[in-house]
Design a protein around this ligand. Structure first.
Ligand code: DSN
Length: 432
């Protein structure tokens, strides 16, 4: 039964075309995934109606008893998943989580260090077009040209020269483990705070397949919808909640506030108003799923799939930034294939394979063209695909990249993509 179909056939058709697209194409965008029906049900539920500014037990609105229960569960499950002392599940997105974390630890004008966007960082790690680049004095570190990995001699030299107040580690297109311990050594050397953005590998961190930032970082941010396979949103965590070092006291008691209190009030009212309670409740559902043993099995398969795909690409003479992957992300440097990231993205899309063009380190092309594509395995792994399917997918990608103007071949690959998708169905219940 569909209420939407009768009320708004135009949008019903749009929704069903999207369900069709998601189920009949190969989703290789590293930051995307497919949520479960229970997560979808909660995200589409009546908690979207509720205003709940504040936090459980201290809201500015009445009628919050049930959303309080949901947010408490989301926080408790997040803390358990990440072995964290503190969780704030209200950020609407990863960018807002990063904004709240930055505004809590540093002030406009302060110097911060982050991985250059073109080297795998993120907009909110200091890009000049983002609030982070406009409000802070940014010193970007880059990856090493040869290894494609962060070079800690360079990071330390930059940190000593610029004395950042805070260093951000992590990014959106870094295929290797984030080196939390090495970053901590640099941060300690110059007296900087260390913030980790684990938006990409969060699900792998939660299942022990990627090192944990908790013992090393002052604050950790993430999204909830990538490898963690929850609804679209953000979250802030701390391994340990300590008294704030800025001397900020609670006015009534004169007590020194904890960092958790500063972060909570930076998220709301500092940056956001009413939380998205349907999404917070859906985060709780997703965290419940991630605590189950099946999720660890799923996460292991994400990594096995990425490794197999990267091995197959290497066999076909593709250049991979950093030479491979430790995670779910593969960054292909197309320079010597004589094709831009933009052209590859378009040709693959025409065949039903969705990827995104991506800058490679030291890219001479603009972000609108790029010399690379980024691919990832979380979404196809959710469909149940394994190593054998990675071999097929690698062959399809290779055929398209070698023949981007050959419509017959693109059509034939598109048919193979459809067959593969039919063998690993997605959202069948939504299509009936
Ligand atoms: N846009 C996200 C990604 O694709 O990695 C990061 O915010």
């Amino acid at each position: 039964m569909s209420y939407l179909k009768d009320a708004d056939p135009e949008l019903f058709d749009i929704l069903y075309r999207e369900i069709d697209r998601e189920s009949s194409t190969l989703e290789l965008i590293a930051s995307e995934n497919f949520v479960s029906y229970p997560v979808l049900e909660m995200a589409g539920g009546v908690m979207t109606n509720k205003y709940a500014e504040g936090y459980p037990g201290r809201r500015y609105y009445g009628g919050c008893e049930h959303v309080d229960e949901a947010e408490d569960l989301a926080r408790d499950r997040a803390k358990k998943l990440f072995n964290a002392d503190y969780a704030n599940v209200q950020p609407h997105s990863g960018s807002q989580a990063n904004m709240a974390a930055l505004f809590t630890f540093v002030k406009p004008g302060d110097t911060i260090m982050g991985l250059d966007l073109a080297h795998g960082g993120h907009l909110t790690h200091g890009s000049p077009v983002n609030f982070s680049g406009k409000l802070f004095n940014i010193v970007s570190y880059k990856v090493d040209r040869e290894s494609g990995r962060v070079n800690f001699n360079d990071v330390l030299a930059l940190a000593k020269a610029h004395k950042p107040k805070l260093i951000i580690c992590g990014g959106s297109a870094y295929p290797r483990f984030i080196e939390f311990e090495e970053f901590k050594n640099v941060a300690d050397e110059v007296g900087a705070f260390l913030m980790a953005d684990i938006a990409h590998p969060a699900g792998l961190v939660a299942t022990g397949l990627h090192p944990s930032p908790m013992p090393y970082c002052d604050v950790v941010t993430t999204t909830t919808h990538k490898t963690l396979r929850g609804p679209r949103g953000g979250m802030i965590l701390m391994g340990q909640d300590n008294q704030n070092p800025f001397g900020i006291i609670a006015p009534k008691s004169g007590r020194v506030k904890n960092m958790s209190e500063l972060i909570d009030s930076m998220v709301m009212p500092g940056i956001q108003g009413g939380p998205l309670m349907h999404i917070i409740a859906a985060k709780a559902v997703a965290f419940g799923e991630a605590l189950k043993p099946e999720f660890k099995k799923y996460s292991k398969q994400i990594v096995l799939n990425a490794k197999r795909l990267s091995d197959e690409l290497l066999k076909k003479d593709y250049t991979l930034v950093s030479g491979g992957t430790d995670t779910h992300v593969i960054l292909i440097d197309l320079t010597h294939k004589g094709i831009t990231g933009k052209a590859a993205e378009k040709a693959l899309e025409n065949a039903g394979i969705t990827v995104n063009k991506n800058m490679i380190p030291f890219d001479e092309r603009s972000p609108f063209v790029t010399s690379g594509i980024r691919i990832g395995t979380p979404a196809i792994t959710t469909r149940g695909m394994k190593e054998d399917e990675m071999i097929l997918i690698c062959n399809m990608i290779d055929q398209i990249i070698k023949n981007i103007d050959n419509d017959n071949l693109i059509n034939s690959v598109m048919n193979s993509v459809k067959e593969l998708c039919e063998a690993f169905p997605l959202y069948s219940d939504l299509r009936n």
